[in-house]
Design a protein around this ligand. Sequence first.
Ligand SMILES: Cc1cc2nc3c(=O)[nH]c(=O)nc-3n(C[C@H](O)[C@H](O)[C@H](O)COP(=O)(O)O)c2cc1C
Length: 152
Amino acid sequence: MKALIVCVSVSHGNTRRIAEAMGEVLEATVVEPEQVDVNQLGSYDVVGFGSGIFHQRFHPRLRAFVRNLPKERRGKAFVYVTSGFPPQIWPMTRLVTRAGFEVADTFAVRAFDTWAPLRLVGGINKGRPDATDVDAARAFAAGLRARVTAGA
Ligand SMILES: Cc1cc2nc3c(=O)[nH]c(=O)nc-3n(C[C@H](O)[C@H](O)[C@H](O)COP(=O)(O)O)c2cc1C
């Protein structure tokens, strides 16, 4: 399986932790958008796109990267996210679809959030993603891998 995981993780490394766990299962390299060789994107069996949520949106660097991809028919993709509160995933799913990918699945996990007002109470979801979250990310990746390999 040839897989790539694109990740923007700027706050606590929450999204990176989840991406690395998925990457082990998918045998994928985890890279920042700026490190992606766009010409190679079509050669992967599956490509993941993820970040934290900032002011209710995926990180601007990830959004800009996906939005600016040349539109062409591509392979399978997945979208993943870490956030303090339940996130809206569909805006990123839509961008990834518009770039020509087929979004096979999405994965979301609650994570440590110290956004300004929450800092007053020491943040929320302290310690997350924790071992259970990392296990869930691995299980997600294993299921995805099985489906992509089976061509489903
Ligand atoms: C400036 C800022 C704004 C944030 N806005 C939101 C938000 O609107 N909704 C939410 O659920 N989480 C929000 N968060 C929490 C992050 O999405 C969460 O901590 C995420 O796991 C960060 O991922 P990272 O450590 O990989 O960068 C915000 C965090 C920061 C620092």
